[in-house]
Design a protein around this ligand. Structure first.
Ligand code: ADP
Ligand code: F6P
Length: 501
């Protein structure tokens, strides 16, 4: 068994399986914020990635990606339902996102969540060198830090939560709250997107675990010290900048605008089709602006990209039906022949097409009801080499802490959202340029490598881990996974496939 000094553990691998046209299995880069972010770092850092490959049954053997080794973890159909679709995405996901959709508490899912977390911990213990650092990612794997500490006390263990951590009064609803919190604080360092999350965890650790806790340190009842802190995640800024500057992407952006009928203003949203993203509130605001005559279809057009996500989970299917009904209603009521009010695309796109979409937009509308970070907002800023374009950004996205020069908005306040959309559409070019310049300046110093460096330096003060990372912002040789096709049609992947009718 080959072992590594750095092991990353995440639900999804950076590669996903996909049937090629001839029926053979083809491996392509996985979509999603977490995998894109980590893949950029690890492609150039000697490490092992432990994760699920997106299919069912025995884990396939997977090749290395550059210097990155892959250790797949198998999931059965029942485990996919109980662990991923159930406890992770129907209990924790809604609970951690302010319960904007009611969390489901199903006692059977807990057993499966524990069993799968233990399997991830065992797989990690096998591939970690003595004294290695292990970096566990996200809410799917909250119990792994504790299991791993029991299996391998020699390891240095980090945990990073990509999604928000809820206020104590919400977390207290969770029937398995003590076990879950104990699982996370099995780590030496627990990282969050925003400082408020560390504060919430400190309060809960004091209440539920009888710990001594401040916002950056928790001393457990047995005396072990766990450090906590905020490490806002970012994107591969250099990659998005270089994509957006490609002549083919610039030409494609012009073509898209032409295909949209050369409206004066293009509003763009790019989301996973998720109830946390505020798509329905946004559609209401847009349709009321049309109804009130404050915008006209021939001047303004809205492009809503909503990539399919977690399609076997009831709440996601219901959301899709509601959104598609509403888009149909708005187009029926306000569209004209050859002039749709909303262009709705329920498809994945490759990175170059996304860059072209970002360049086409006059106003990027990112209005989640709650979001850990929202990397799409950062991708839009990175793509705007031309310094133009307005970003309308929810106060409830983690990225709002950093992108303070956006048009910040409370998406629950539909009147406020309408006014902010209009302000962004009518803003002076000089104002937009100044805002965009400030946001781009911030991103230059805060890319994905800077994030990994900050986290790994806090985990391992010797600097050994951080020194293995490529330089922030520098040109990077691209490895095998980057060359692999950039996107997977989600509909073909088991976890995303629509259930039989
Ligand atoms: P989340 O992690 O909740 O999905 P983020 O905004 O942080 O939200 O990350 C979403 C990631 O998925 C971004 O990197 C974005 O570019 C990518 N993405 C979103 N929509 C699409 C799409 N239609 N096709 C391909 N990738 C997409
Ligand atoms: O950002 C939260 C997250 O769950 C990530 O872990 C993941 O990359 C993304 O959303 C997409 O979700 P899924 O892996 O369920 O398709």
């Amino acid at each position: 068994m080959r072992q590594s000094s750095l092991v990353v553990v995440a639900n999804r691998l950076p590669l996903d399986d996909n049937a090629a046209p001839d029926g053979a299995c083809e491996w392509r880069r996985s979509p999603g914020g977490l995998t894109s972010a980590l893949h950029t770092i690890l492609e150039q850092t000697p490490a092992t990635w432990v994760g699920w490959a997106g299919g069912l049954g025995p884990a396939p053997a997977l090749p290395d990606i550059g210097s990155l080794r892959i250790r797949p973890v198998a999931l059965s159909e029942a485990e996919l339902r109980g662990y991923y679709e159930g406890f992770a995405n129907s209990t924790l996901w809604p609970l951690y996102h302010d319960a904007v959709e009611p969390p489901v508490f199903d006692r059977d899912w807990w057993e499966t969540y524990q069993a799968v977390n233990l399997r991830f911990a065992q797989a990690t213990a096998e591939v970690a060198e003595r004294g290695a650092a292990v970096w566990v990612q996200d809410y799917h794997l909250s119990l792994v830090p504790r299991y791993l500490r029991e299996l391998r006390p020699d390891l240095l263990i980090g945990f990073f939560l990509h999604v928000p951590f809820p206020p104590p009064e919400l977390f207290m609803q969770l029937p398995r709250r003590v076990e879950l919190l104990s699982g996370m604080v099995g780590a030496d360092l627990v990282g969050f997107q925003r400082p408020q999350a560390a504060h919430n965890v400190a309060q809960l650790a004091a209440k539920l675990l009888a710990a001594q806790a401040t916002d950056d340190q928790i001393t457990l009842a047995d005396g072990r010290v766990v450090r906590t802190g905020a490490f806002p995640v970012s994107i591969d800024v250099a990659e998005m900048q270089s994509l957006a500057r490609r002549p083919a992407v610039v030409t494609r952006a012009r073509q898209l605008r032409h295909d949209l009928g050369e409206p004066r203003r293009v509003l763009l949203s790019v989301d996973r089709l998720d109830y946390t993203k505020g798509i329905e509130h946004r559609l209401t605001a847009y349709s009321e602006l049309l109804r009130d005559g404050r915008i006209k279809v021939r001047d303004t057009c809205m492009l809503q990209v909503a990539v399919p996500s977690r399609e076997r989970v009831d709440s996601y299917r219901a959301l899709r039906d509601r959104i598609e009904g509403e888009v149909g209603r708005i187009n029926g009521e306000y569209g004209r022949v050859g002039e749709a009010a909303i262009h709705y695309l329920n498809q994945p796109f490759d990175r170059a097409e996304l860059a072209a979409l970002y360049r086409t937009a006059d106003v990027m509308v990112v209005t989640p009801l709650r979001d850990g970070m929202n990397l799409v907002a950062k991708e839009f800023v990175a793509a705007r080499e031309d310094g133009a374009g307005a970003l309308v950004l929810s106060e409830f996205a983690g990225s709002a802490d950093e992108l303070q020069h956006a048009f910040l908005v409370n998406p629950h306040d539909v009147d406020g959202l309408k006014d902010t959309l209009l302000r962004a559409m009518r803003a002076e070019p000089a104002d937009l340029r100044a805002r965009m310049g400030a946001m781009r300046e911030h991103l230059r110093g805060h890319d994905i490598i800077a994030w990994a460096r900050a986290y790994l330096s806090a985990l391992d003060h010797s600097g050994r881990l951080a020194n293995q990372l490529p330089p922030a912002g520098g040109p990077k040789p691209r490895g095998a996974a980057a060359k692999a096709r950039a996107i997977i049609p989600r509909s073909r992947s088991v976890a995303r496939r629509r259930p039989p009718a």
